[in-house]
Design a protein around this ligand. Structure first.
Ligand SMILES: NC(=O)c1ccc[n+]([C@@H]2O[C@H](COP(=O)([O-])OP(=O)(O)OC[C@H]3O[C@@H](n4cnc5c(N)ncnc54)[C@H](OP(=O)(O)O)[C@@H]3O)[C@@H](O)[C@H]2O)c1
Length: 193
């Protein structure tokens, strides 16, 4: 049975050990999931930890602010409680993760205006990159998840600006409006040159 079929049928949960698998300590791929308690991050943590996931078995670090939730305790994830909006906390907790090879950035916070979204989400992402890039020599991939607002603009401008028409594809032009997703992309572009 392929790894993705196992996942889609829910068999994945049966493979998850209560303990961190020692073999993952020596794995080539080391994931840092920012937002591990979220909808995307939690699923990613479950899948990356499986023995038959491509590139695996992965060693997985997972970051969120709250205490490790009970529903996450069986995931073989090195849980790091950290507020990524606080640069000191990020430097303290994430800089020691020198073996990270892949960052999966699946965190976001929603404010009342897009200007605030840009400010806060941009700072959060910068804090993570600033802490990791100088300290993780094997870092080779940063995965940044965005969403449909990339194509239709921020919530506050729905219906007020010219948006892209579906179907949406990644090569569509940006909408001419402020958008924190664009800020995150630009930070990543600037950082990776
Ligand atoms: N779910 C959707 O329908 C959807 C739709 C479109 C796009 N997306 C995009 O997909 C990505 C992931 O979304 P999601 O729905 O999985 O998000 P989510 O369920 O809201 O989870 C956000 C995660 O980020 C963590 N987080 C938030 N602020 C943090 C901080 N200051 N420090 C550390 N951790 C923090 C949260 O944990 P704590 O609260 O414990 O800190 C949580 O683990 C985002 O880029 C989002 O824009 C999602």
């Amino acid at each position: 049975m392929s790894w993705w079929w196992e996942r889609s049928t829910g068999a994945a949960a049966k493979n998850i050990s209560n303990e961190i698998d020692e073999s993952s300590q020596n794995s080539q791929n080391v994931a840092l999931i920012i937002g591990v308690t979220g909808i995307v991050g939690n699923s990613l943590a479950e899948i990356l930890s499986l023995q038959n996931t491509p590139g695996g078995p992965w060693k997985v670090y997972g970051v969120a602010r709250r205490d490790r939730p009970a529903w996450n305790t069986n995931h073989p994830v090195h849980y790091v409680q950290c507020d990524i909006s606080n640069p000191n906390d990020v430097a303290l907790k994430l800089s020691p993760l020198t073996d990270v090879t892949h960052i999966f950035y699946v965190s976001w916070t929603s404010k009342s205006t897009e200007a605030q979204n840009i400010e806060v989400n941009g700072s959060m992402f910068r804090n993570v990159l600033n802490a990791l890039i100088p300290k993780a020599p094997n870092l080779r991939h940063v995965s940044l998840q965005t969403g449909v607002k990339h194509y239709v603009g921020p919530f506050e401008l729905f219906g007020k600006i010219k948006a892209n028409e579906p179907p949406f594809t990644e090569d569509l032009p940006r909408v001419n409006a402020p958008n924190f997703y664009y800020t995150l992309e630009d930070i990543l572009f600037e950082t990776s040159v």
